[in-house]
Design a binder for this molecule. Structure first.
Ligand SMILES: [Zn+2]
Ligand SMILES: [Zn+2]
Length: 267
């Protein structure tokens, strides 16, 4: 799998990881990984809430850390400078300012929160799933229509949190909101990722194979593979499952990015 880059990796720059760059590079080299994309978190919030963590100094620090890593990288692993924006449509002007200021190679657009509440905090036994679904997808639509990312992250993330509470959610391909998001992404040149972290939670990749097939039917082409590793041992984890999804949905390429421009790699 040397030629399949991992496009979703967090280090201790992100608040929810303790992993060092040196560990990530060591494991990447051991696994013969040719390329990985660092995609540290940056969360946006609605209303007047001011995050104590996510502000410009955080991004300045991330960029400094990345430059030091590039200077001292003793390995043959190419490391890209990416970011995972959570809910960037809530502050589109700020997000656009950051996209201008920092030389990102790649931007994931994710929805981790609704009404500033993390999706992991909802009670999936009592919540109205249809309503959650439509709100979630309208958030993704906001990210796409403001053109605030290169690929959408973990398209059906909430199913992972629901599964943790014993609730199985399968997004139907008939879902109008899902179709709208995919069509809008395709028309804006925005791709999707196959996020393999769901396999670690026993629910398969995100999105599901059915959604990937729908993406193919709608003539979507841009797909990246991401482990969403928060520790180095998860780099490229379960990529064999994602590759099987790609094969079954009829895709023979994955994308990688430089300066936010995609190029295709044959798999
Ligand atoms: Zn995420
Ligand atoms: Zn992530």
């Amino acid at each position: 799998m040397r030629n399949i880059p991992d496009y979703h990796v967090h280090s201790s720059v992100s608040p929810d990881s303790h992993e060092s760059y040196s560990n990530i590079l060591n494991i990447a080299q051991k696994n013969n990984l040719s390329e990985l994309m660092l995609t540290e978190h940056f969360e946006f919030f609605s209303g007047s809430y001011k995050s104590p963590k996510f502000h410009e100094e955080y991004l300045d620090n991330y960029y400094t850390e990345y430059c030091l890593l590039k200077q001292s990288n003793p390995t043959s692993v190419h490391v890209g400078f990416g970011i995972e924006f959570g809910q960037p449509h809530l502050q589109p002007e700020t997000a656009k300012k950051f996209l201008k200021k920092y030389p990102f190679d790649y931007v994931i657009g994710s929805c981790h929160k609704i009404d500033n509440i993390d999706l992991s905090m909802y009670n999936y036994r009592t919540i109205n799933i249809d309503r959650l679904c439509s709100t979630y997808f309208s958030n993704l639509l906001g990210i796409v229509e403001n053109h605030l990312c290169d690929c959408l992250g973990h398209l059906d993330l909430f199913k992972r949190y629901a599964a943790k509470q014993g609730i199985c959610i399968n997004i139907s391909c008939e879902n109008d909101y899902l179709q709208k998001v995919l069509e809008a992404a395709i028309s804006h040149g925005i791709g999707i990722e196959i996020n393999t972290s769901g396999v670690r939670y026993g629910i398969g990749c995100m999105p599901s194979l059915d959604v990937l097939k729908l993406y193919s039917q709608l003539h979507g082409e841009i797909i990246t593979l991401g482990s969403d590793a928060h520790s180095a041992s998860d780099l490229q984890r379960d990529f064999d499952v994602a590759l099987q999804y790609l094969k079954e949905a009829g895709f023979s390429y994955v994308a990688h990015y430089q300066n936010r421009t995609p190029k295709m790699i044959k798999i």
